[in-house]
Design a protein around this ligand. Structure first.
Ligand code: SF4
Length: 340
C-alpha cells in the first residue's frame, strides 16, 4: 500500500508537530530536514525508532526517473513517475554555467492552450507539494551524481506541465518548503511562476512570497489571445491587468510577459503598437519565444529574421524586450512541447 502523505509535503513546523505528537523532540526536525534537502539521501542518520515512525506514517519515496532525454545544447528532460504511475516531464535547462529546473504542477492541464502539447492531454490530476518538490530533488541529484556538475543549486521556474495557479495551494506550499532555512533555503527571487492568466489564482498572488511572476500574454488583443489561450474568454486581459496592477511588487521587480511569436499571427506592426499601449506604462519586460512546433500543431515558427524584426519594433517603442533562446526543442523539452 502506498501512503498518501509524502514526507516532502511537510513544512518544518508540520514535521515538528508530528514529532511532538509522537513523543519525539521537535529538535530532530532540523536533522531530518537537513538530510532530506541537503544530503538528498533517503536514509536518515537518525535513530531506527524515529525512522520507523516516519516510514510508517509517510511515503519517503521520491519520483522515479522513467526516461531521460538529453539535447546537445545541455538540456535534460526527465519523464518522472509517481507512486500511482502517473507521470510528468521535468526539464533541466542550462544557462550561463547554471541550471534552472522547469517544474510541472499538474499531470496534464485543463487550460487547453492551442499552441501547447500538454494542453492536448486534458487534466489528469493536480500534483501535491511533495511531488513538485520531489521533481526538483531528483533533477538536482541527477545534475550532481549523474552529470558530476557541482554547480550552484538550480533556480526554479513553474513553467512545466500544468497551470500552477490552478493548483495554487500546493504550489504555494511547495514554494514555502523550498524556502525553509534548514531545507533548500531558496530565496523567493530564485523562483518564477508563469501563469496563463488563471484569474482566481492571480487574485491569491499577494499571499505568495515575492517570487518572480510571468504572464503568458502572447497577444495584446483578446480576439487573438482567446484563440491561443481559451480561458481568456472567461478571464480577459482587462480583468487580468486589474489584478496584476494590484500586486505588491518590490522596488526593482517587474512582471515578465511571455510572448510566443507565431508566424503571421502576432508578429505584426499593430501587435507592437498595441503592446506599447498595454505595457508602456507598466513595470514590464517582454520575453519573445519563437513558437516551438510539436506533432500536429497548426502554427508556424517565424524565421529568425522576423523574430529579430519584431524585437526591434518593440525596442523602438521603448519596451524592454528579450528573445528567449530556445533550448531542448530537439527533444521536445522546449516551452509548450511537454507531454507525458
Ligand atoms: S501552456 Fe501551460 S497553461 Fe496552457 S495548456 Fe500548456 S501547460 Fe497548460
Amino acid at each position: 500500500m502506498t501512503l498518501e502523505k509524502s514526507i516532502y509535503d511537510l513544512s518544518q513546523e508540520e514535521l515538528k508537530s508530528f514529532l511532538v505528537k509522537n513523543n519525539i523532540s521537535p529538535d530532530f526536525s532540523t536533522t531530518i530536514f537537513r538530510n532530506l534537502y541537503k544530503n538528498n539521501k533517503h536514509e536518515m542518520p537518525i535513530s531506527k525508532k524515529i525512522m520507523a515512525i516516519l516510514r510508517k506514517n509517510f511515503n519517503v519515496d521520491l519520483p522515479v526517473i522513467h526516461t531521460v532525454s538529453k539535447s546537445p545544447d545541455g538540456t535534460v528532460k526527465f519523464l518522472m513517475m509517481f507512486s500511482d504511475n502517473k507521470s510528468v516531464e521535468t526539464v533541466l535547462i542550462p544557462f550561463n554555467k547554471r541550471f534552472t529546473v522547469c517544474l510541472s504542477s499538474q499531470v496534464g492541464c485543463a487550460m487547453k492552450c492551442s499552441f501547447c502539447y500538454t494542453g492536448t492531454m486534458g487534466l489528469s490530476r493536480h500534483l501535491k507539494s511533495g511531488e513538485i518538490i520531489g521533481q526538483y530533488i531528483v533533477a538536482a541529484n541527477y545534475l550532481d551524481v549523474e552529470l558530476g556538475l557541482k554547480t550552484m543549486a538550480p533556480n526554479i521556474v513553474f513553467m512545466g506541465q500544468g497551470e500552477p495557479l490552478h493548483n495554487s495551494d500546493e504550489v504555494l506550499k511547495a514554494i514555502q518548503i523550498f524556502m525553509e532555512p534548514f531545507g533548500l533555503a531558496m530565496g523567493p527571487r530564485q523562483m518564477t511562476l508563469s501563469t496563463a492568466g488563471y484569474l482566481p489564482g492571480i487574485k491569491k498572488l499577494n499571499d505568495f512570497p515575492k517570487i518572480n511572476i510571468a504572464l503568458s500574454l502572447h497577444s495584446p488583443f483578446n480576439s487573438i489571445r482567446k484563440e491561443l489561450i481559451p480561458i481568456n474568454q472567461h478571464f480577459p486581459l482587462e480583468d487580468i491587468f486589474k489584478e496584476l496592477d494590484g500586486l505588491d511588487l518590490m522596488k526593482r521587480q517587474f512582471i515578465v510577459y511571455e510572448y510566443l511569436l507565431i508566424d503571421g499571427l502576432n508578429d505584426r506592426v499593430e501587435d507592437a503598437d498595441e503592446l506599447l499601449k498595454l505595457l508602456g506604462e507598466r513595470k514590464s519586460a517582454i520575453n519573445l519565444i519563437p513558437f516551438n512546433p510539436f506533432p500536429g500543431s497548426n502554427y508556424k515558427r517565424p524565421s529568425d529574421e522576423k523574430v529579430e524584426a519584431f524585437k526591434e519594433m518593440l525596442v523602438e517603442r521603448k519596451l524592454r524586450t528579450m528573445i528567449r533562446t530556445t533550448k531542448g526543442s530537439d527533444i521536445l523539452a522546449a516551452c509548450g512541447q511537454l507531454k507525458s
